[in-house]
Design a protein. Structure first.
Length: 120
């Protein structure tokens, strides 16, 4: 599978006190999981100029949720690679074998997840 994302493995850094940072194999920042979530489109949705102008425009993210989000993001390259490998192995089976093994219901969602991750 050809991908366009930053190659993995990715790992976590707690260098900043208010966020967990996902770093690539070379130590460069891929994304930061912050401790606050800001409502997208808050201006149009709430009629305010800045997200800090309304308590409805943001929510705090607990350290536990922040860490879970960062771990999931950091695992994304490996998850994508292994899902693709698993799906390739499943597709080596005949239609009858896929049905007999109970794999058929999982193929379309797996393909959709890969397409979502790769932009295909």
């Amino acid at each position: 599978m050809e991908t366009k994302h930053t190659p993995g493995p990715w790992h976590l850094s707690d260098h900043y006190s208010d966020a967990l940072t996902v770093l690539d194999a070379g130590g460069f920042e891929v994304v930061t999981a912050k401790g606050i979530a800001i409502l997208q489109g808050y201006g149009e949705k709430l009629g305010i100029d800045h997200w800090a102008d309304s308590p409805d425009a943001s929510r705090d993210i607990s350290e536990e949720e922040q860490a879970a989000n960062a771990r999931l993001i950091a695992a994304a390259p490996e998850l994508l690679k292994e899902l693709d490998r698993l799906l390739s192995a499943v597709m080596q089976n005949s239609d009858a074998d896929q049905t007999e093994l109970g794999l058929k219901p999982f193929i379309r969602p797996a393909l959709a997840a890969i397409a979502k991750a790769t932009g295909a």
